[in-house]
Design a protein around this ligand. Structure first.
Ligand SMILES: NC(=O)c1ccc[n+]([C@@H]2O[C@H](COP(=O)([O-])OP(=O)(O)OC[C@H]3O[C@@H](n4cnc5c(N)ncnc54)[C@H](O)[C@@H]3O)[C@@H](O)[C@H]2O)c1
Ligand SMILES: N[C@H](CO)Cc1c[nH]c[nH+]1
Ligand SMILES: [Zn+2]
Length: 434
């Protein structure tokens, strides 16, 4: 049985543990990350290679950690036709969604007569994408990161993704990268990837921003390198809430509970409902569906559901909604009778999926919405990856002679008040010079 927790009977400590998810366990990874970062800072490429050898591929060398043309070609030969077709449909939908996000390059509006203000949008020049590969292959994540970066017009897109024990990058991820136009890929995972991208080495030029989901090791490295590089949204261990009411088909609730649970023992998958019958039935069905998974995925589910997940039984739909908003899940499925009726009440969620035909696996692979999402309650302030992660805004202003007349006294007065005489002088002299 998947555990059922009665919300009103949880202690403050139990609620806090649920709320914190696996973020509780980052301390050990921080120690490891600190050592790896310091070594790479001192020894550059040689340090990077040492850690690839230690954690991923014993045969790594400075020369073979960059994916070469022959490896891309081999990946195209290896990909199964039906997987290629699936990647192509996913590619089209992700590209369409992200193209629609692109703002106008220049926006300028007349704020008062002769005073124009707005912004100019430009791509971030150098971006590093982290595509995980520990407890699964993630070509979908390659698409979710590389497509918005390319649509945004990033000049240099670099990818790091871990190699397997034989030194190979997962081939479908290479095909996905090439379809998106990525050419520079390093076989690096975890801390060594984030450190190489953030600090730069002789062979790997540093980037301005790193984004992409990762396990606790990459997350620890990002935390330590915050300040050296823009580390993007916190996208850690997968998590989800399936919200159910009395109308919910408990089989669907159970199936969807397992979607994010199977990522790892650190995943947090919750079913939240005020309906006890649905809770009990979903718990039983989940037990049944768990038997259909391979042992290692089932064990992930069991461990994660026991530590950070399970079924939360509330007193009312309103209490369920309050819990959802407090928790701020990465994925939220509204498996209720009328999802649109409660949509307005959802305040914090990385992704909101409406109704029985929109499971989070479909959003992850095929719909086109971005599946790189904030975790660990950061959906309170962060958003899904989008073209905006790869763009920056310069404010833009243009003042005509008429506008200058309108603003000059205000500018001088405030410059005087704040004690900045050169600020004031620039206005006073213009009155004479122009
Ligand atoms: N939030 C999102 O949008 C999102 C999307 C996809 C995946 N995810 C999450 O991303 C995570 C991906 O994790 P993963 O493990 O599959 O891949 P990963 O690529 O993040 O981790 C593998 C790397 O971890 C490093 N590593 C492993 N053991 C280590 C150790 N003992 N010490 C130091 N380094 C070590 C290795 O270098 C390896 O390359 C999962 O938690 C998954 O749930 C989140
Ligand atoms: N559900 C993950 C984001 O939490 C993304 C993913 C990719 N592949 C499988 N799942
Ligand atoms: Zn997933």
């Amino acid at each position: 049985m998947v555990r059922i927790l009665k919300l009103s009977q949880l202690s403050d400590a139990e609620r806090a543990k649920l709320q914190k998810r696996a973020e509780l366990d980052i301390d050990n990874a921080l120690k490891v990350a600190q050592t790896v970062i310091e070594t790479i800072r001192e020894r550059g490429d040689a340090g990077v290679v040492d850690y690839v050898r230690r954690f991923d591929y014993e045969g790594a060398t400075v020369e073979n950690i960059k994916v070469n043309e022959a490896e891309f070609e081999r990946a195209f030969q290896l990909i199964e036709p039906e997987v290629k077709t699936a990647i192509e449909q996913a590619f089209r939908n992700i590209q369409e969604v992200h193209r629609r996000q692109m703002p106008e390059e220049i926006q300028l509006a007349e704020i008062e007569a002769g005073v124009f203000a707005g912004e100019k949008i430009s791509p971030i020049p150098n971006v590093g994408l982290y595509v995980p590969r520990g407890r699964g292959a993630f070509p979908s994540m390659m698409l979710m990161l590389a497509i918005p970066a390319m649509v945004a017009g990033v000049e240099r897109v670099v990818v790091c993704t871990p190699p397997d024990k034989q030194g190979n990058v997962e081939p479908v991820s290479l095909v996905a990268a090439r379809m998106a136009g990525v050419r520079e890929i390093y076989k690096l995972g975890g801390v060594q990837a984030i450190a190489a991208l953030a600090l730069g080495t002789k062979n790997i030029k540093r980037v301005d921003k790193i984004t992409g989901p990762c396990s606790v090791y990459g997350a620890a490295a990002k935390r330590l390198l915050f300040g050296t590089v823009d580390v993007g949204l916190p996208a850690g261990p997968s998590e989800s809430i399936v919200l159910a009411d009395e109308s919910t088909d408990a089989r669907l609730a159970a199936l969807d509970l397992l979607i994010e649970a199977e990522h790892g023992a650190d995943s947090a998958a919750l079913l939240v409902t005020h309906c006890e019958q649905v809770a009990i039935a979903a718990s039983e069905y989940a037990q049944e569906y768990l038997q259909k998974l391979p042992d290692w995925r089932r064990e992930f589910c069991e461990a994660g559901l026991a530590a950070y997940g399970g079924i939360i039984l509330t007193d009312s739909l309103q209490q369920s909604l309050d819990f959802v908003n407090e928790y701020a899940p990465e994925h939220l499925e509204l498996l209720v009778s009328n999802p649109f009726a409660i949509l307005g009440k959802i305040k914090n969620a990385g992704e909101i999926l409406l109704g029985n035909h929109t499971p989070s696996s479909m959003a992850t692979y095929a719909i086109g919405v971005n599946a790189v999402l904030p975790t660990g309650s950061f959906a309170r302030s962060y958003s899904a990856v989008s073209v905006y992660d790869f763009l920056k805004r310069s404010t833009l202003a243009y003042v005509t002679p008429e506008g200058f007349e309108k603003l000059k006294e205000t500018t001088k007065t405030l410059a005087e008040y704040e004690g900045f005489p050169a600020h004031k002088l620039a206005i006073q002299h213009r009155e004479i010079l122009l």
